[in-house]
Write a protein that binds this ligand. Structure first.
Ligand SMILES: Nc1ncnc2c1ncn2[C@@H]1O[C@H](COP(=O)(O)OP(=O)(O)O)[C@@H](O)[C@H]1O
Ligand SMILES: [Mg+2]
Length: 210
């Protein structure tokens, strides 16, 4: 029987490079003979993707912060049960674009929900099944926002309003605090070239998971 696969999550604010890096990591790991899938949150399974649509629907302006936190946790539960665990059981690795740390980092900043309370509902959802390793892609707030705006073809920097910069800074700090408290989370300087970020991630994976 194949040994159980490894579960790696990628975390970090918008624009830190998660979605880009996850594709490069999958390719690099496959070249090294690792059977690995990529997935994302919210979503990552048929039911979880339906929950994602409810969460991200811009018409849902009446969405309560705690409802939203519960929906993220519900989506995560379904993703775990329907996609992540069966994949790991088959011996494949799982790379997930966001997991529980995003809820911990964002719900406090965006919705002012105490982190312990977010953790409580997420413990219910994941039953202790944390990633084997979490790569936290870290970039200064200005860099993340600049990348997002560039990708959208917008004028940069001068267009950044103070609110989004402040929000981004708080999310970044929340992630840095989580990394400081959890040995599972490894900080990656993502303010480097794409190739350098991939190389560093592969080094950390080799150190931590081999
Ligand atoms: N290391 C990097 N250097 C410069 N630009 C990058 C780097 N990594 C990603 N990008 C660009 O930044 C933008 C946001 O990247 P993305 O992977 O979508 O971030 P995230 O998924 O974390 O929001 C994309 O346009 C991407 O091409
Ligand atoms: Mg992304």
């Amino acid at each position: 029987m194949k040994p159980r696969g490894r579960f790696i999550s990628l975390e970090g604010p918008d624009g830190s490079g998660k979605s880009t890096v996850i594709r490069g990591l999958q390719k690099a790991l496959q070249e090294r003979g690792v059977d690995v899938i990529t997935t994302r949150e919210p979503g990552g399974s048929p039911i979880a993707e339906q929950i994602r649509e409810v969460i991200l629907n811009v018409n849902n302006t009446a969405m309560d912060g705690r409802t939203e936190a519960l929906l993220y946790a519900a989506s995560r539960r379904q993703h775990l049960v329907e996609t992540i665990i069966p994949t790991l059981d088959k011996g494949q690795w799982v790379l997930s674009d966001r997991f529980v740390d995003s809820s911990l980092a964002y719900q406090g900043v965006a919705r002012q929900i105490p982190q312990e309370e977010v953790w409580t509902i997420n413990q219910f959802a994941i039953e202790g099944q944390l990633p084997d390793l979490t790569l936290l892609l870290d970039v200064p707030a200005e860099v993340g926002l600049e990348r997002i705006q560039k990708a959208r073809g917008q004028r940069q920097y001068d267009r950044l309003d103070r609110e989004s910069l402040n929000f981004h800074q708080k999310v970044r700090q929340a992630f840095l605090d989580l990394a400081a408290e959890n040995d599972r989370i490894v900080l990656i300087d993502a303010n480097m070239t794409y190739d350098a970020v991939i190389e560093r991630c592969l080094e950390v994976i080799a150190e931590r998971l081999n």
